[in-house]
Design a protein around this ligand. Sequence first.
Ligand code: SF4
Length: 171
Amino acid sequence: MAAADHKPRLAVWKFASCDGCQLSLLDCEDELLRVADALEIAYFPEATRSQIRGTYDLSLVEGSITTAHDAERIQEVRRRSRTLVTIGACATAGGIQALRNFADIDEFIAAVYAHPEYIETLSSSTPISDHVAVDFELRGCPISKTQLLEVVSAFLRGRRPVTPAHSVCLD
Ligand code: SF4
């Protein structure tokens, strides 16, 4: 839980993803306004003009690691984050882009790009937890808006979020 002398600072980070999970946060509308009252939305490039500055009490991380640059960047995100929550299948499991993990990435690149020589990418797509410690994983593609609000509310109250233990697809 953040210190009481300031509003907890929220950051939303994007790695390899389609942005759909960040849109779930924007889709919260009225709820987001209430969250904005309890939190300082300090870094959320998808929604506001903001620059990386200082540390964050809660970081929501969307997307998987697919480039060497992102593998370095997630280390910085971890250093700046008191609590780090991964949101969505990309961040928690590698996402659809992890199909490359079972194929030849060079073949994929040659098939898709006119100038493959400009593409710098890793041969695998990996979840955030393969790179840094993660405090909580919220699964889904996209994530559930209700579950996301539960995660943020739980953070504000200093308790562990209550979300389904597994995907509804297994029911
Ligand atoms: Fe998009 Fe699904 Fe990845 Fe979320 S988990 S960023 S909705 S592909």
